[in-house]
Design a protein around this ligand. Structure first.
Ligand SMILES: Nc1ncnc2c1ncn2[C@@H]1O[C@H](COP(=O)(O)OP(=O)(O)O)[C@@H](O)[C@H]1O
Ligand SMILES: [Mg+2]
Length: 339
């Protein structure tokens, strides 16, 4: 089938702030809560066969966007077509053809084996009975759990459970997979393993839309990335393309040994700020870690040593580092991705 895997135009989701108390509900008081936009007009165009990433900090609206595309939440405004079908009017057809792993859909039956879990979900998803065995075998092989298929899930590690949830989403052999923060809570090895499985799916022509707040993950895995912040797309390109937007910049990281007395950090950062663009500063293990964007590290670094000396501090470590997506995010929003 042709056409994009996902086409979203002006997607909006509004929620009410806070919650209504039971008393307010019992008294049938009118709902006077303020509304806010968790998703504030997102456009997305995902091609078939692509691994597309939505990268943004906590609260940016990633999960809400995924839930709308997975037809679990109706948009307040805007339209979205998934596999050519409308998320509101053709939700049932979409659900039949798409696999989704969302944060609230990760439950498994711990007292059953992996295979029994998949048998149960295959029935639930209306996988044709004649195909169930083959599909389960294939899904287990894809996530490399075939040798542990008959163990109880309660004995599985977090990484194995996550892969089993992915296997579950693969049962209907979907053209499109939505994965919401697929590697959160996994150890590095399991996370790498899961990313390998996602790449293998692309090799088989599947489309993957995933969210993450790990910039390394987005960088390694995704063909294209939409950086979202406060419910909006603030940049959209290939990882290399995003990093190119700030190539006129060098990124310097300093570790400054300086006692933390009232206002001293600010005074030091003010001095540094006159010589370069201070993007981020945080106290780490007794020293002050500072990220600076500058057109020339060669000119900036000696000036930074002068600035530190004037402020009675000493620079313990200097590093000129390659541009990362974190820096792209910093330069777009003025904030760090993981705050
Ligand atoms: N059901 C809901 N009701 C009210 N507010 C919500 C609901 N779901 C999410 N939010 C709010 O919407 C914003 C975006 O949340 P979310 O989409 O989960 O962000 P992300 O996945 O990027 O961390 C947050 O401020 C969150 O608290
Ligand atoms: Mg989320």
């Amino acid at each position: 089938m042709s056409g994009p895997a996902i086409e979203a135009v002006g997607l909006v989701k509004e929620f009410e702030k806070g919650r209504r108390t039971l008393l307010q509900r019992l008294r049938r008081e009118p709902d006077r809560r303020e509304r806010f936009r968790a998703v504030d007009g997102i456009d997305l165009h995902v091609e078939r066969g692509e691994i597309f990433g939505v990268l943004g900090p906590n609260g940016a609206g990633k999960t809400t966007t995924m839930r709308m595309l997975a037809t679990l939440l109706e948009p307040t405004a805007g339209t979205a077509r998934v596999l050519g079908l409308d998320v509101v009017r053709e939700a049932r057809d979409i659900r039949r053809r798409m696999g989704a792993v969302l944060s609230d859909g990760r439950s498994l039956y711990w007292k059953l084996t992996a295979r029994e879990n998949l048998e149960y979900f295959a029935a639930l998803y209306h996988v044709p009975p004649g195909e169930t065995r083959a599909r389960i075998t294939e899904a287990l092989e894809t996530v490399r759990l075939d040798d542990r298929a008959d163990d109880y899930v309660e004995r599985y590690s977090a990484g194995m459970r996550q892969r089993l949830v992915l296997a579950r989403a693969l049962l209907p052999d979907p053209e499109l997979l939505l994965l919401d923060e697929p590697t959160v809570g996994l150890d590095p090895q399991s996370a790498r393993d899961l990313r390998d499985r996602v790449v293998a799916l692309r090799a088989r022509g599947r489309t993957v839309l995933l969210t993450t707040h790990y910039m390394e993950e987005a960088d390694q895995l995704c063909d294209r990335i939409a950086i979202v912040d406060h419910g909006r797309v603030v940049a959209l390109d290939t990882p290399a393309g995003l990093k190119r937007t700030i190539t006129a910049t060098e990124v310097v990281r300093l570790e400054i040994g300086t006692p933390q007395v009232d206002g001293s950090d600010k005074a030091l950062l003010d001095r540094l700020g006159r010589r370069g663009d201070v993007k981020h500063a945080a106290r780490e293990n007794g020293s002050l870690a500072v990220t600076i964007h500058t057109p020339s590290a060669r000119d900036f670094v000696p000036a930074a040593f002068d600035a530190a000396r004037e402020a009675g501090a000493s620079i313990n470590h200097v590093e000129v580092v390659p541009v990362t997506l974190e820096d792209v995010f910093l330069s777009l929003t003025g904030r760090a991705l993981r705050e």
